[in-house]
Design a protein around this ligand. Structure first.
Ligand code: FES
Length: 187
């Protein structure tokens, strides 16, 4: 079996081997043909792949593919990295023997999975920051949602204001807070 010089180089001196303990995203894929496994760990800063590490439990070609993927992707934006394909990696390596082509089918997939994992985690973080409808203010009279800035219940058509005592919305024109009973000053 004849490997290109590039494949031999990346196999013998693989770049970016290892794991990132506090990775922003992790992608793991298994090769259904041989059962080998590849995992990519990424660190993302300003939408760029700041650091990449991989672990490959597979053949020499798979190690060379992982190493090449990590080199191609490092420093790229997430969008650019998503455009790296298994085929382009094999080409960058100067080709792979026909019976080893399946080994190149993991590299870009594992990287893309790590990026998707990162995006998923970011989405979850954003969702946690954004108050859900359950956290929104609700009209104490009809329980409808009240926009915090408006302080107006569309359904009851009444003006509300946060009670200075408990912070819950209560009728602006009523002396006592409907929630805690505190007397509001100046009503
Ligand atoms: Fe399994 Fe190459 S033989 S990845």
């Amino acid at each position: 079996m004849i490997y290109s010089e590039k494949v031999m180089d990346h196999f013998q001196n693989p770049r970016n081997v290892g794991i990132i303990k506090d990775a922003d995203g992790v992608g793991e894929v298994g090769n259904p043909i041989c059962g080998d496994v590849m995992a990519f760990y990424i660190k993302v800063k300003d939408n760029r792949l700041q650091d990449i590490k991989f672990q490959t439990f597979g053949c020499g070609a798979a190690i060379a593919v992982s190493s090449m993927v990590s080199e191609l992707a490092k420093g790229k934006t997430l969008e650019e990295a998503m455009k790296i394909t298994n085929r382009s990696v094999a080409e960058e390596l100067g080709g792979l023997p026909k019976n080893k082509l399946h080994c190149s089918n993991l590299g870009a997939d594992a990287l893309h999975k790590a990026i998707e994992d990162y995006k998923e985690k970011q989405k979850k973080k954003e969702e946690e920051k954004t108050p859900s409808s359950a956290d929104k203010f609700h009209c104490p009279y009809c329980d409808g949602p009240v926009e915090e800035l408006e302080n107006y219940c569309q359904k009851c058509q009444i003006e509300l204001e946060p009670c200075p005592e408990c912070g819950q919305p209560t009728r602006k024109d009523q002396e006592k807070c409907v929630h805690c009973g505190a007397t509001k000053v100046g009503v």
